[in-house]
Design a protein around this ligand. Structure first.
Ligand SMILES: Cc1cn([C@H]2C[C@H](O)[C@@H](COP(=O)(O)OP(=O)(O)OP(=O)(O)O)O2)c(=O)[nH]c1=O
Length: 189
């Protein structure tokens, strides 16, 4: 029995490696649709489940598959990864000087069973000058990150405060994952 991470995100791979877990990677090919009319935590759980179920047929029978999805929620708006630099600037302009919530949904698939959960972290971004946003976007770092920033990179310079799980912001809430793996029969602690 192997543990399989259904994610192309290097951040998720690093976080899983952090807890000393042996795992394989199977890339999933799921397009996230953040315009679906459902509460953001349900949206991330639905995407996490789709990613894990997409990878499952390419894993070995008995393997346990992990999928995850992260979005940034500002008021009623859900931000995924920006399509281009202009959208990254718009997202960061909206986030500057305000608090938002980062939500990661996680799904663990074992055979016909699917265990799901999510975590939410509140992050406050500093007030930012347009030139600071432009320079940060020019660095390229925001382009593959939900909400157009990376707390684990230069984006940490934008963050005034964080309340909740840090790993959740980076893309994989490890304590939440441990609970789901336990339900699937794998004890990490
Ligand atoms: C807010 C934030 C997000 N992110 C990342 C985590 C996710 O990789 C990404 C959100 O996109 P996702 O669609 O959740 O994931 P992904 O497309 O990168 O990978 P896959 O679908 O194959 O699993 O944003 C950071 O790395 N740092 C941050 O501070």
């Amino acid at each position: 029995m192997a543990i399989v991470l259904a994610s192309s995100s290097p951040r998720r791979q690093q976080l899983l490696a952090l807890i000393g877990l042996d795992f394989e990677i199977i890339l999933s090919d799921v397009e996230e649709d953040n315009t679906k009319d459902m509460p953001p935590h349900e949206l991330t759980i639905a995407h996490a489940r789709e990613k894990a179920l997409d990878a499952a047929p390419r894993a070995n029978p008995g393997d346990i598959i992990i999928g995850a999805d992260t979005v940034v929620v500002l008021g009623g708006q859900v931000f995924g990864k920006p399509a281009d630099a202009a959208e990254a600037v718009r997202m960061l302009t909206a986030l500057a000087g305000r608090e938002h919530v980062v939500i990661s949904g996680v799904a663990v698939v074992r055979g016909h069973q699917v265990f799901t959960g999510f975590n939410a972290t509140t992050v406050r971004i500093k007030p930012l000058l347009p030139a600071q946003i432009e320079r940060y976007v020019s660095s390229g770092e925001p382009l593959d990150k939900a909400g157009a920033y990376a707390i684990q990179g230069r984006g940490t310079l934008l963050v005034e405060s964080i309340n909740g799980c840090y790993n959740n912001v980076v893309g994989l809430p490890l304590a939440t994952l441990a609970d789901l793996l336990r339900q699937a029969g794998v004890e990490l602690l």
